[in-house]
Every structure is written in structure tokens, then in C-alpha cells.
Ligand binder design. Structure first.
Ligand SMILES: [Zn+2]
Ligand SMILES: [Zn+2]
Length: 350
């Protein structure tokens, strides 16, 4: 098998050729055909998350030690299965749920693998990921049938769509006139607009610092947009019922929280970095919620896939590139040059 690996954090990925693993027990070997490139890949590539105040969280502390293969939006074809892998056939095209927990703790048993408390096995985060021709999946239950959905778009459902779907699930009940701000209109923001629309939210405000992304937000179904660098941005957002922050920087947090109406909710998914300092009494007095959301669970992914199959999620622009361009794709994402999503094509890799 071939993979594109982090050999040293922050340096170009290196192509590596190694033995293809043989699935044992309940394991399934998936030959990757599509592999989405996600913004959080950039942090793993860099090797740390910025905690603000000069503090960092290093990914090596959670088991991501080079040489390491990124990629947590795996899509491909079942190539082999262990003897105990039930309900799966060689040749099936499947999306892989990457947020795999230990499978044994109470949280995993309750279907919340993404919140596993005793040893997560997240593909492309602390287990070898999908910037590779092959990925080993611990159990067929993590494979999802996406028949009818375009392969490249399907791959992006594994992180970008399920992440925003889970964040939207954390919003309070919304009335028909409630405004919801989407902070950051990159790949996740555009899919958030689609999913909010699918859930019946009409007054969506797309927010970004890049006018090209705001144009994409309008095309995706946002009712209005706000360039958050404009001096009156805070005023324009005042009174929103909810904000979904897909950037996660001090500026977006400050803006989103300040603009909430009483009882409103700010949900943070973005991992840009920094810290939040906020006076305590107004959190109670305004009865606002500040909630974190991290990826999603298997049931949520299945719900997202069902919505996409019904054509209820408008795909954002998706650019499919040869896998050999993995480094260029990461560089473009880092520089803010990507509108929508980039997906790597591993079918033609040699
Ligand atoms: Zn991701
Ligand atoms: Zn667990």
C-alpha cells in the first residue's frame, strides 16, 4: 500500500510504500478511492493546537507520532474482511465512520464513540488515516452505504457534514423568524448552511472575512452575509438566536457570543485556537449557552447520509485532485485559497 505521511510536523508529507495490512477478526480492509482534506488536518500536520496565552496542545500527547498518515474522510471499496466481520462483502463501496472509540466503555456502548473515555481510535487522528490506498477499520459496523451520492461528496460527510450536523443538533428549538449566524464559510460553513436549510432554518447569516466565501455562502442558501472585518459587523448580527462558530478564534467567539439574544446559544466547533475570557454574570443574566461540539457519532453520520440521499443537502463546491497533490492541497487550505472542499483521488495513485 501507499500512503502520504507526516514524517516531520510542518514539513511536506512523504510518500511511503509499505505492506498492506491483512484484516484479522472483525477488521475490514478498505481500498481508499476518495479522501477528504479537512482543516483540522492542518493542525495535526503542524503538530499542535493553539490554546492561547502561549500554550499549546501537542498532538503527540494523544498518540499522533510521526510517521503518521492523516485523513479522516475515508471512502472506498471493501477489499478484504476478517473471518469474524459480519454483514460486509468484498467489492462494496462504503464510507468509513472515522470517529471510532474503544468500543468497550459505557460511552461507546451508548453509541457515543466520538466521546470515548478510554482510548479512542480516530482514523487519521491517532490511528493511520485515509491519505493512503488502504485503511484498516476495526469492525464493519463503522461502514456506511452512501449509494446514490457522488463519491467525493460522500467522503466529506465523514467529518465536515457530521461535524456541523452534530453542532446544529445542539441548537435550542428555533422559531421561523430566528436568525442563525454561521461563522466561517469554508467547507464546513457551506455544509452548515445546507443542513440548516434542510432543517427548516430560513434566516441564515453567512459570516467570513473573505468576500469570495461570502458569495459562496449566498449561493449555498444563506439569506444574508456579513464581512466580519466590517466595523458594523457586531451591530448587524445583534439579536441572533444562535451562532455556529466554525473558526474558533478569539475574534469569532467574541462576536458570536456578544451578538446572541437572551436565551441564545453559541456552539463552537472550529479549532483555530486561542482562549476565551468572558465576564461571568452576563452568561447567567442573558441565559446564554456556550457549547462545544466535536465531530459526531455514527447515528448522526447515518442521519446525514440519509438527508444527502434524499437530495436535501446541497453539496458545497468539491474539487477532486490526484492524491499526489496532497501537499499542494494542504498548502492551499492553509493559505485560505480553497472555496468548499478538496478531496484526494486515490484510485489512480501509483
Ligand atoms: Zn475534519
Ligand atoms: Zn470507549
Amino acid at each position: 500500500m501507499i500512503s502520504y505521511q507526516i514524517v516531520e510536523h510542518g514539513k511536506p508529507l512523504q510518500k511511503a510504500v509499505m505492506d498492506t495490512p491483512k484484516p484479522q477478526g472483525t477488521e475490514v480492509l478498505v481500498r481508499i478511492t476518495r479522501s477528504g482534506v479537512c482543516h483540522s488536518d492542518l493542525h495535526i500536520w503542524d503538530g499542535y493546537f493553539d490554546l492561547g496565552g502561549g500554550k499549546r496542545f501537542y498532538v503527540k500527547e494523544r498518540g499522533c507520532i510521526p510517521p503518521f498518515t492523516l485523513g479522516h474522510e475515508p471512502f472506498g471499496v471493501v477489499e478484504a474482511a476478517g473471518r469474524k466481520a459480519k454483514g460486509v462483502k468484498v467489492g462494496q463501496k462504503r464510507l468509513v465512520f472515522p470517529w471510532i472509540g474503544c468500543g468497550k466503555c459505557a460511552v461507546c456502548k451508548a453509541g457515543q464513540d466520538n466521546y470515548c473515555v478510554s482510548g479512542s481510535r480516530f482514523l487519521g487522528v491517532n490511528r493511520p488515516g485515509a491519505y493512503a490506498t488502504h485503511v484498516l477499520v476495526p469492525d464493519p459496523k463503522y461502514l456506511v452505504d452512501t449509494s446514490g451520492i457522488d463519491d467525493s461528496f460522500a467522503s466529506t460527510l465523514a467529518c465536515s457534514a457530521v461535524t456541523v450536523y452534530s453542532a446544529i443538533n445542539k441548537l435550542p428549538p428555533l422559531g421561523p423568524r430566528d436568525r442563525v449566524a454561521v461563522l466561517g464559510c469554508g467547507g464546513l460553513g457551506l455544509i452548515a448552511i445546507s443542513i440548516l436549510r434542510a432543517k427548516g432554518v430560513k434566516d441564515i447569516v453567512g459570516c467570513d472575512i473573505d468576500d469570495a466565501k461570502l458569495t459562496a455562502a449566498l449561493k449555498q442558501g444563506a439569506k444574508s452575509t456579513v464581512n466580519t472585518r466590517a466595523p458594523d459587523a457586531a451591530q448587524k448580527l445583534q439579536g441572533i438566536a444562535a451562532a455556529i462558530d466554525l473558526v474558533g478564534a478569539p475574534a469569532t467567539a467574541a462576536l458570536g457570543i456578544a451578538a446572541l439574544r437572551k436565551g441564545g446559544r453559541y456552539v463552537i466547533c472550529g479549532l483555530f485556537g486561542g482562549e476565551l475570557v468572558h465576564p461571568l454574570p452576563p452568561i447567567a443574566q442573558r441565559a446564554i449557552g456556550i457549547v462545544g461540539s466535536y465531530v459526531g457519532n455514527l447515528q448522526e453520520l447515518k442521519e446525514v447520509v440519509a438527508l444527502a440521499k434524499k437530495g436535501k443537502i446541497k453539496p458545497p463546491p468539491v474539487e477532486t485532485r490526484p492524491a499526489s497533490q496532497a501537499n499542494a492541497a494542504l498548502e492551499d487550505l492553509k493559505a485560505g485559497r480553497v472555496v468548499g472542499r478538496v478531496v484526494l483521488d486515490f484510485e489512480t495513485v501509483q
